[in-house]
Design a protein around this ligand. Sequence first.
Ligand SMILES: [Zn+2]
Ligand SMILES: [Zn+2]
Length: 377
Amino acid sequence: MKAAVLEDVEKLVVREVPDPTLAPNEVMLRVKAVGVCGTDLHIYKGHGNYNLDGRGRQIPFAEQPQILGHEFSGEVVEVGKEVNDLKPGDRVLCDQGINCVSRRRQDLCKYCATGDSHQCEFYGEHGITGLQGALAEYIAMPAPNCLRADGMPMDLAALVEPVGCVLHSSERVQQASTRYTFDGDNRIRNILICGAGPAGIYFLQYLRNVLHFDGLILVSDLREINLDLVRKFGGTPVNVAQQDLREAVQELTNGEKIHYLIEACGNSIIFEQMPSLIRKQATVLLYGHGHQGRDISVLGNILFLEPAFVAAVGASGGFDPDGRPATYRRARELVSTEAIQVAPLVTHRYKSLEEIPRAFAQDFHRKDYIKGVLCLD
Ligand SMILES: [Zn+2]
Ligand SMILES: [Zn+2]
């Protein structure tokens, strides 16, 4: 089959690779749609490599090439002999996280047993940790990792994954012990989302349409096309190309500063500015990756403010009774009911694998780019 293979940093090649093989608990999918995401770009650029050997060393792509693609949907073309709840022709979206249930382990590890399969002791992620990703014609996935997507456009089904990450991370914030909460005495009255990329826009919609938060939500970015979406979904845009974020926060919160900050841009300048952005004991969700370019000593001025830092999590997590991923099911509901709209973010559609290297090399950096999706439907 054909696949887009990352053979080295910034060297993405579309070429023939061996067809995947089918285990008894797996289904073979013909890939229908794949979201291209910021994590893929980090990996492509060499800023992130999550394929580690037993000693925690990053395995270079030249040694072990990576087929990217972890947000995907497909059509079942063949089922393994143990699979009895999916059949050829079914359309599904996938949890790319391989855990104890995916691996048919009799005894679940302590993480899987307590609803945290994203930290499974035997974890792996398709498209990220060396396992084959979906930028290919076919992919074999364990049946429990596949959720039905009947009636959903396949491109939108692929984007359930990033919505699931936002949903799961937001729930982590609500479970955390924090001074400011969405109910109770110390109510969150203002929120700052740093970065109006896809994640920032999903967070905004989640806050407005799922939590029904009606306070101030500032969203910072320097791209006007992204800030237009902020307006559309009920946020207050701050264009940091035109105004200093610290001044904007000071002014728009009347000096109160931020109760809940969502770092979703991956730019280290946020950490330098954070002491001027947040109230003491604010909640800070660390969602973005990257953050190159600043010394970790910037933390010094932040720690005295005693923020509650919450680490982001992916969409994998607890299981439904049939072993399928519970967060994905709820994220699918949010997407299909349009409580969280994903279609307005898609600016680039690719019709073939051959167009994918261009997405990474050029389109990501264009002013009119927000989200790209490969559509093979
Ligand atoms: Zn992603
Ligand atoms: Zn496990």
